[in-house]
Design a protein around this ligand. Structure first.
Ligand code: ATP
Length: 355
């Protein structure tokens, strides 16, 4: 029997609701698949921890996670704490500390879910977006001077390194190669950003040569937003810088029906450190504590985690259960136009797993 050590970090807002639901679902899976079991350790890091300790997570927090097989993360965000503190103090500390340089976001219209795109059949929208997750616009390099004076100045520098670009693009080409269509779209903005993004484009030409069976094209990020809406079927696998990827994946999640469904994996492809899986949505304080959160984004993230752990049967079982449940409109939560509560969705998933 394989026993997986999983860190649970519910974080803030609806993260505190969806992560325990996900742990229940994983426990059910373990009961059905006697080959696997999960040992969960929960960490109470986030906004409340910050109010008590002045930091989102302890200084040596990464050491507590280092030997885990994977991390399941809820969300970080608090109405009383500035966003850059909640983001940099927890999620980015883990992503960057564990060099999880590939942020992978699959986007599909699940059975029974309506896309806001008119005339878009589910098979026409099946993407995986790879967002660079360790540098670029999120390098944290910059500063402010003369604060409060008319002469105040602020800078944020985007740092792209050859090593960083090569590894994420190679990862994306590899991923594209593993998918039936074997097509990669490289997102750029080299018309305006004429240094880093030009290097990004040049590296794409170089890496593409390693993958002769993968077709690829290049798209400016602004044109990519229109293409996602007008010609979704022309897209398969995508690779983008940190900020471009952040924006495009929110659009992608909305086009697939709801922010509440979309999953993410923050992957260390070299497996030196644990990878982290989380729903794409944030803390959603407007619905917090009401039991209204859609837990599917978290469950789908758990599917990505199981896949990463190499648990093929459990991966398939959970994804099939999710797709059965989304097919039923009576099990749609409010974000999908339904009236189901989070617990109804979890119970239905658990029932499907048992079948
Ligand atoms: P943060 O600041 O932490 O990113 P946010 O509240 O600004 O969080 P999101 O949580 O990403 O942004 O989502 C925006 C809105 O989408 C929420 O206010 C909520 O109404 C809706 N939403 C997001 N996730 C879910 C979900 N899982 N279930 C139902 N509705 C959701």
């Amino acid at each position: 029997m394989k026993k997986y050590q999983i860190a649970l970090i519910p974080g803030d807002g609806i993260g505190k609701e969806v992560i325990p639901e996900c742990a229940r679902v994983l426990k059910t899976l373990a009961k059905c698949y006697s080959k696997i079991s999960f040992d969960f350790q929960e960490f109470d890091w986030g906004g409340d921890y910050y109010r008590q300790h002045g930091v989102m997570m302890p200084e040596d927090g990464l050491d507590a996670l280092r030997n885990k097989d994977a991390i399941l993360f809820g969300s970080a965000g608090d109405p009383d704490i500035p966003d850059h503190i909640t983001l940099w103090g927890l999620r980015l500390k883990i992503c960057q500390g564990f060099d999880q340089y590939a942020n992978v976001r699959p986007t599909r219209i699940l059975p029974g879910i309506k896309s806001p795109l008119r005339q878009c059949e589910p098979h026409q929208l099946d993407w995986v977006i790879v967002r660079e997750n360790s540098e670029g616009e999120y390098s944290g390099v910059g500063g402010r001077a003369h604060q409060g004076h008319p002469t105040e100045v602020a800078t944020d520098m985007s740092i792209l390194t050859r090593v960083g670009v090569e590894r994420v693009q190679r990862f994306a080409f590899n991923l594209a190669q593993s998918r039936p269509r074997k097509h990669l779209t490289v997102i750029t903005k080299s018309n305006a950003q004429r240094h880093g993004m030009v290097m990004w484009d040049e590296i794409a030409v170089q890496i593409a040569k390693e993958f002769p069976d993968v077709t690829w094209d290049k798209e400016l990020v602004d044109a990519a937003t229109a293409r996602m809406i007008n010609r979704p079927e022309s897209i398969d696998t995508v690779v983008a810088t940190n900020l471009h990827g952040d924006i495009l994946t929110d659009l992608a999640a909305a086009l697939a029906g709801s922010l509440g469904i979309a999953p993410t994996g923050n992957i260390d492809p070299e497996r030196r450190y644990p990878s982290m899986f989380e729903p794409i949505h944030g803390s959603a304080f407007d619905i917090m504590g009401k039991g209204l959160a859609n837990p599917i984004g978290t469950f789908w993230s758990a599917v990505m985690m199981l896949e990463h752990l190499g648990e093929k049967d459990a991966t398939k079982c959970l994804m099939t259960a999710i797709e059965k449940v989304t097919t039923n409109p009576a099990l749609h939560t409010r974000d999908l136009g339904g009236t189901a509560m989070m617990k109804d969705v979890t119970e239905a998933i658990i029932k499907e797993i048992h079948l």
